[in-house]
Design a protein around this ligand. Structure first.
Ligand code: TXA
Ligand code: MG
Length: 342
């Protein structure tokens, strides 16, 4: 299959063509402010199945449904709790996904058989324009091959899914760079299922107490029931083993210098980069600059070529703010192979 690159800046009909494909039950790569998504009509099970096929995604991992306006929420969920209204007012449009009780119109293949659905209102103008143009809620996971790092440029999407999908809409590099925060509003207390573009501290300001799912902290075995099924799979993984080193940046740099082989690729903070002049290295920003780290992390994880690099060592950001999401993606890429330097 030939994959079209549809650029709304160069081609005034790009969104019209993408919307026509979506209405016809096809899948389309779509930019969002977090990462690129692989979108299909959320109300058409046959269209949604094509997402799973193109990505090689396990069937038990549910998809997020994207809307362009808060009013579109009605009809997709059974109830909208007060907490959801507060979060929508504070963070939508933006990188927050809320898990809510699903309405009957959401097919089982979207929710992976759960009676809940994740809903997100993205802020990327191209994503919102596309949802409005086709007039449909769009189911969209990240537009990467299952298990690989998420995609933050159209080029990443083409490298993973080119030839497997009919079109990718160009929207430039993603401004946030890590996926949306996933919060479940199903139980008594809101529960953080995945840290992301909205920080835990920001959520706590609105909600007070937020429980944290244990899948965030540790590797979960296949036999364990988890709240966000996606959290149990090895994820974001390059084809090269990764070790994440946590602690004060100077100490983690020193630790990596002592332990990394000459064939190691290094993911490091800009202040420490000079220590790795002899290595293949990717700088993800200054140690304090979690925004830049978030924007760079998936590109860094994709950057190393197994011909030249046989292991990857990464300096880990602190857990504060957006750092929690960046650290989580690195730890998952490492299959929770973590060193704590004290
Ligand atoms: O930023 C994002 O969220 C991107 C862009 C494209 O919007 N999408 C994304 O989708 O990251 P995906 O499928 O790669 O990750 C969705 C996560 C998975 O861990 C999935 O298990 C969880 O959200 N999830 C989706 N629906 C759920 C539900 N009903 N209950 C619990 N977890 C759910
Ligand atoms: Mg994903």
């Amino acid at each position: 299959m030939k994959t079209l690159l549809l650029n709304p800046v160069k081609n005034p009909d790009a969104l019209g063509q993408a919307a026509a494909l979506l209405r016809a039950g096809e899948v389309v790569g779509m930019p969002t402010e977090t990462v690129y998504g692989l979108a299909a009509n959320a109300l058409n099970p046959d269209a949604v199945k094509k997402i799973f096929e193109a990505k090689g995604r396990p069937q038990d991992n549910p998809l997020i449904v994207h809307i362009a306006d808060v009013e579109q929420l009605q009809g997709l969920v059974r109830t909208v709790p007060e907490t959801a209204r507060q979060l929508a007012a504070a963070f939508w449009p933006g990188p927050l996904t809320m898990i809510l009780p699903k309405a009957d119109c959401i097919p089982d293949v979207v929710s992976a058989g759960l009676d809940t659905v994740g809903i997100r209102l993205p802020s990327h103008p191209v994503a919102r324009a596309l949802i409005r143009e086709c007039g449909l809620p769009l189911a969209a996971p990240s537009a990467n091959l299952s298990g690989r790092p998420s995609t933050t440029t159209s080029r990443h999407v083409r490298l993973d899914l080119g030839g497997k999908i009919p079109a990718i809409v160009e929207g430039g590099p993603c401004a946030v760079g890590v996926e949306s925060t996933v919060i479940s509003l199903i139980g008594q207390t809101p529960r953080l299922l995945r840290p992301g573009g909205v920080s835990l501290e920001q959520l706590e300001k609105i909600l007070g107490k937020v429980d944290i799912d244990r899948a965030l902290r540790e590797q979960i075995g296949d036999d364990v029931q988890v709240s966000a099924p996606g959290m149990k799979y090895r994820h974001y993984a390059p084809d090269i083993p990764v070790t994440v080193v946590c602690g004060d940046p100077e100490r983690t740099a020193a630790y990596i210098t002592r332990h990394a082989s000459l064939m190691a690729g290094i993911i490091c903070f800009s202040e420490c980069a000079f220590q790795f002049d002899l290595h293949e290295r990717r700088i993800i920003g200054a140690a304090e600059d979690v925004q830049t780290q978030a924007r760079c992390i998936f590109d860094a994880l994709r950057a190393f070529d197994p011909v030249y690099v046989d292991e990857i060592w990464a300096q880990c950001p602190s857990d504060e703010g957006l750092g929690l999401a960046v650290a989580n993606r690195l730890k998952k890429a490492a299959g929770f192979q973590i060193v704590n330097v004290v």
